[in-house]
Write a protein that binds this ligand. Structure first.
Ligand code: ADP
Ligand code: MG
Length: 242
């Protein structure tokens, strides 16, 4: 079943000199439940712009986006619906882990549950503990982010992104601030927790080695999205990537 579908999506911005800059040019993408898709692109290719659309944080200039077979432009009249869809259905992971300083790992992971209702709210401590155990941090529940390594901080961020069991996880350069080995282990954990919870995962990166860990691979080049054979790219120029 299709979870997220983009059909001929464009995104333009009006520049100060009244010119129009078309950042995304007719992007078409279909993401199924449980899918793991990577999108690799150089700086300036439109990755962040696309991520904002995939995360329903922004609306396209033209074209359509469906989430759960519902046309998202029809949700746009109701900001509360969109916010709700984002909060519960979509989890974000960023290059900068964005953890709250002075709060323990457990408190950080519980944060998204503070706005949940019913069982999710009342059992937030238990759910957060389970998520931290799943990313291998069961022994660091009460550690402050400042006391954790970069890889550990990103694992806390993964636990936080997954605690509400989103059906879509968007990872924007999730290994960008980590060394190669730590980055590889973070991708393995991310892939694993996404699989266990049945979520679709979209990884956006400039690093083709990170992109290769997904199951389906795309390249974004000057706003044009196209499928790539990543094994070919890797064997051609493994150290350069693109
Ligand atoms: N609001 C905006 N106004 C003008 N130019 C923008 C705006 N947002 C993005 N751009 C330009 O569009 C291009 C793609 O941006 P972005 O999506 O951030 O790329 P990436 O994340 O791949 O580096 C860049 O050249 C950027 O400068
Ligand atoms: Mg960017």
């Amino acid at each position: 079943m299709s979870l997220l579908r983009l059909d001929e999506v464009t995104r333009s911005v009006r520049l100060p000199d009244d010119e129009t800059l078309e950042i995304l040019k007719g992007v078409t993408l279909d993401v199924e439940i449980g899918d793991h898709v990577s999108i690799v692109g150089r700086s300036g290719s439109g990755k962040s712009t696309l991520l904002n659309l995939l995360g329903l944080l922004d609306a396209p200039t033209s074209g359509s986006i469906w989430f759960d077979d519902r046309l998202t432009s029809e949700l746009s009249g109701n900001a509360r619906d969109r916010a709700r869809a984002r909060g519960a259905d979509i989890g974000f992971i960023f290059q900068q882990f964005n953890l709250l300083g002075g709060r323990t790992a457990l408190e950080n992971v519980m944060t998204p549950m503070l706005y949940a209702s019913g069982r999710q709210f009342w059992r937030r401590r238990q759910f957060a503990t389970e998520m931290l155990e799943r990313v291998g941090l069961g022994g660091r529940l009460n550690s402050m982010p400042e006391k954790l390594s970069g890889g550990e901080q990103q694992r806390v961020a993964i636990a936080r992104a997954l605690i509400r069991r989103p059906r879509l996880i968007l990872a924007d350069e999730p290994t960008g601030a980590l060394d190669i080995e730590t980055g590889a282990s973070i991708m393995a954990i991310l892939d694993d927790v996404a699989e266990v919870s049945g979520a679709a995962l979209i990884t956006i990166t400039h690093d083709v080695n990170v992109a290769a860990l997904a199951r389906r691979h795309y390249r974004l080049d000057r706003g044009v999205l196209a499928p790539i054979d990543v094994s070919r790219v890797l064997s051609a120029a493994p150290e350069v990537g693109l």
